[in-house]
Ligand binder design. Structure first.
Ligand code: F0G
Length: 468
């Protein structure tokens, strides 16, 4: 039998394209300086390859656009709503589905309806908006990642898992009565795109049942988690990604989902619930703040794109090709001498900037410095996940408590960039890795009191070096 080489290919070809800009080195240098050395402040037309986020940045399919043309924009009870609801219900099994315009809207509605001030929300890792929305609801977010997650080089298959012993200790301990929710993020975006095993989810369910605490999923990347389970968890070999995802949803009492990722659309999200009482409270909140419960801030054409996207995203050929593409990028980057969080996940690659740039202390934000260098050298935009994002600073904006790691996230939009684009990114990184000492550090010039990464402004700590 000849080998099946179709695995090497994504299961689509490109039908509509968009030009990408190629600013000159001088234009990039000026653009970054004007942006206060914060890539968030760059204009998209100053960027050659944009790896800032995989959220809402994917390409849609011809079938999605065809469905969008059928969008029913009736204020209430639109056809498109029923198509979306049935698709989500079929996948998740939840009785109640509430549409929202994006994940964080769902978080706000769920947490303000479910949590009371003073309660604790436990997670493998809260995403930053999730963390913020738990806090805004008056509750206290607490992360209990598994131990392997702290070893960036470990190739343990499920480093997204929650630490079950630590979870049980809290639930059975003196603070147990304060735990209002256990929320598992699949995949664990805050910790290297690592998946959560089904065995871990099953154990969380048991603990939550025993201690009568609601168990929810933050399932923004439910299909990618399911693919990694199908590849790494022997008990689920032979299951389809859709079957695995459905089983994960079945284990939980409900979910909050940003559909800007695995919904393969620019906008959207939903809350899934079994509990009638909680649904009634969330629905009232939804109608007051997002829109009527048959559109939740989304247009009919969005609901159509999402319903179709949810079918396409669980296609094994699509998931296999996407995982393989990220793995190839990881290989190229590792071969060039840049370490990444192991093993590679799917939606992003996390570069170990702390290790690549030992000449920069955390006070000079090595992750941010590497991100800026990728822009200066190659017009590539990405996001720091290190001390600039997670560290604590004093009122002079000096770093007081560094983050545990200095990482850079290269997020990979879905169906947007080819291996040629990713090969280019690896080549730019390889050039930096040949002479890493030329990467200069940064200091904060001004920062907002909340959500620092988005509006912070910085400057290089020295004028010599590579930025020129
Ligand atoms: N949960 C997770 C795990 C996320 O990664 C995100 C968003 C959200 C919730 C919030 O969803 O953006 O639709 O409101 N993550 C994006 C990212 C922004 O770049 O990782 P949203």
């Amino acid at each position: 039998m000849p080998r099946d080489l179709s695995e090497m290919l994504p299961p689509y070809r490109i039908k509509v394209v968009e030009p990408i800009p190629f600013p000159t080195p001088e234009q990039r240098r000026r653009a970054l300086a004007e942006a206060g050395y914060n890539p968030f402040n760059l204009r998209a037309d100053q960027i050659t390859v944009d790896l800032l986020s995989d959220s809402g940045t994917g390409a849609t399919s011809a079938a999605q656009e065809a469905a969008a043309a059928l969008g029913d924009e009736s204020y209430a009870g639109a056809r498109s709503w029923f198509r979306f609801r049935d698709e989500v219900r079929d996948l998740t099994g939840y009785r109640h589905i509430l549409p929202v315009h994006q994940g964080r809207a769902g978080e706000r509605i769920l947490f303000t309806s479910l949590l009371t001030p003073g309660q604790i929300c436990i997670s493998n890792t809260h995403f930053d908006t999730t963390h913020a929305n738990v806090t805004l609801a008056g509750a206290q977010p607490r992360d209990l990642p598994c131990r392997e997650a702290a070893d960036l080089d470990s190739t343990a298959p499920f480093k997204g898992n929650i630490d079950l012993d630590a979870l049980e200790r809290v639930l059975a301990g003196p603070e147990g009565h304060r735990v209002g929710l256990v929320l598992i993020t699949i995949t664990n975006n805050g910790l290297g795109a690592q998946p959560v095993s089904m065995a871990n989810l099953e154990a969380v369910r048991e603990l939550c049942r025993r201690h009568r605490v609601p168990f929810f999923l933050d399932a923004a990347r439910f299909a990618e988690n399911a693919w990694l389970v199908s590849q790494r968890e022997p008990a689920y070999r032979g299951w389809t990604p859709r079957q695995i995802a459905a089983r994960a949803f079945q284990l939980a009492d409900g979910c909050v989902v940003s559909l800007k990722k695995d919904g393969l659309s620019a906008i959207g999200g939903f809350i899934g619930l079994r509990d009638d009482g909680l649904h009634a409270v969330c629905e009232a909140n939804l109608i007051a703040t997002e829109g009527f419960s048959t559109y939740g801030g989304l247009a009919g054409h969005d609901l159509e794109r999402l319903a179709q996207g949810l079918r396409e995203v669980v296609d094994p050929a699509y998931l296999r090709a996407r995982a393989a593409s990220t793995a190839r990028l990881a290989q190229l980057v590792n071969d060039a001498g840049v370490d990444t969080v192991q093993p590679p996940g799917i939606h992003a690659l996390y570069l170990n900037a702390g290790r690549l740039l030992p000449h920069l202390s955390p006070h000079e934000f090595p992750g941010h410095a590497l991100g800026c260098q990728l822009y200066l050298d190659g017009g590539i935009r990405c996001a720091e996940v290190g001390s600039l994002y997670l560290g604590r600073t004093d009122d002079q904006h000096r770093l007081v408590t560094p983050a545990p790691f200095e990482l850079v996230r290269l997020a990979i939009p879905r169906r947007v960039y080819t291996d040629a684009h990713l090969g280019y990114v690896a080549a730019v990184l390889a050039d930096i890795a040949k002479n890493p000492e030329r990467v200069q550090g940064y200091r904060i010039v001004s920062a907002p009191p909340l959500l620092r990464p988005f509006k912070v402004r910085l400057e290089p700590t020295t004028t010599a070096g590579a930025a020129g």
